[in-house]
Structure formats: C-alpha cells, structure tokens
Design a protein around this ligand. Structure first.
Ligand code: ZN
Length: 214
C-alpha cells in the first residue's frame, strides 16, 4: 500500500525511456530487453610499467548516451541507481580485494553550479552494492575547461596537475577503485590514477558507465 502511495506521489521513471514503472524497478521491462551489459575491459595506460585497467557495462551510444546526458546535465538522479547497479556487476566480474572506492571529482565551483557531483553519487551507490567503503581522496584544484568541450589533442594538457590527493596516509599500499562517469580518451582517469599512485597507492582499478572499446 505504501509503495502504491509513494509511486503515485513520486512516480519512478525508467532511466532510459522515461515511462512510469513499479516503485522498486531500476529499468522498465521493455528497455531491459534492449540493453545488455557488455562487460567491457581494457588497458587504459601503464604507470611504472603497471597496467591500469578500466571496466564499463556500456559503450557511449544510443539509448545509454541519451540517458547519461539526462543524468549529467539535468540532474536525473534516478539514473544513478541503474548505472551504479550495472557498473557494480562489471566491477564484481573483473576486480577483487578492493580496499576502498573513490571518484574523479568536479571542481567546487562546478559543484555549486550543478548542485551535485555525478561521479560521487555513483560511487556512493556502488560502495553500498559491492560492500567496499567509500573515501573521498582527490580534490580538483582548478576550474579548468570541461573536457567534452575540447578537441582530443587539447584534453591531455587541460587536466595536467589539476588534481590533488587528500589524506595521503589513507592511500599508501591500498587497492583503490576509481570511478568516473564517462571514459572517452581516458586522460582524466589517467591523471587521477597517477595522482593516487604517486601518493603511494598499490593498485588503481578504474570503472566508468561507458567507454570506447577499441
Ligand atoms: Zn524504459
């Protein structure tokens, strides 16, 4: 009964097609049939000869791309639950022995403007699903241009030295899961992983909602 009342006041909408669905669903049945977890994994780069991998349930295309844009720019928070659930499936498939979950932060200026940090919200949900604690370990010290507004060759330069580690003692010798929303060139994840490794992290494992699989 309570579920019925709640779903009347706060209708639970499908994060992909916006149809109204039952109160405890993450995605509607019709979209579930169209969308599958691709369980992508690739080596993003090497740090000190150690490969750093990224895993994602999806590619950045079609229905998923539209859904991510709503999540990132229109603050559709119900999307976070679905994305976090799918990402957790992929994370559990490939990674184990994680000490904590952390995320690629946005600058405080941008957080004030947007009112939320999408990677932080994903991380909170993933941390609960995979039962690994969450720690905020990186801060963004400069409000640089948004990566998606830049040409590929400008992106690497744009984020050099804009990240800083908070609480170095917590990081030493740890296996860290690093969350970002979308992995395009991998430059942002690389810069954050480098920052964590320089601060003494043992291994950094990356995950995003989508990535390019080539
Ligand atoms: Zn749907």
């Amino acid at each position: 009964m309570l579920d019925m009342i709640l779903s009347f006041i706060f209708p639970n909408k499908c994060p992909v097609c916006d149809c109204i669905m039952s109160y405890n669903s993450l995605i509607c049945k019709s979209c579930m049939r169209k969308i599958q977890n691709l369980n992508l994994k690739k080596e993003l780069f090497k740090i000190n000869n150690k490969p750093v991998y990224c895993v994602s349930p999806f590619k950045y295309e079609g229905l998923i791309r539209k859904s991510i844009l709503k999540f990132k720019f229109k603050g559709k928070m119900s999307h976070a639950a679905f994305f976090a659930y799918m990402m957790s499936q992929t994370i559990n498939k490939y990674y184990s022995n994680l000490d904590f979950v952390t995320f690629v932060p946005i600058s405080s200026e941008r957080k004030i403007k947007r009112k939320f940090d999408q990677s932080e919200i994903l991380s909170e949900k993933i941390s609960k699903i995979i039962n690994v604690p969450l720690k905020s370990t990186i801060e963004k010290t400069a409000d640089n241009a948004e990566q998606h507004n830049l040409e590929r060759n400008e992106r690497e330069k744009n984020i050099l030295n804009v990240y800083n580690v908070i609480g170095k003692n917590d990081i030493k010798g740890k296996n860290i899961l690093l969350i970002d929303d979308v992995c395009t060139t991998g430059n942002t994840l690389k810069e954050c992983a480098k920052t964590l490794m320089t601060a003494g992290a043992k291994t950094v494992y990356c995950a995003a909602i989508t990535m390019e699989d080539s």
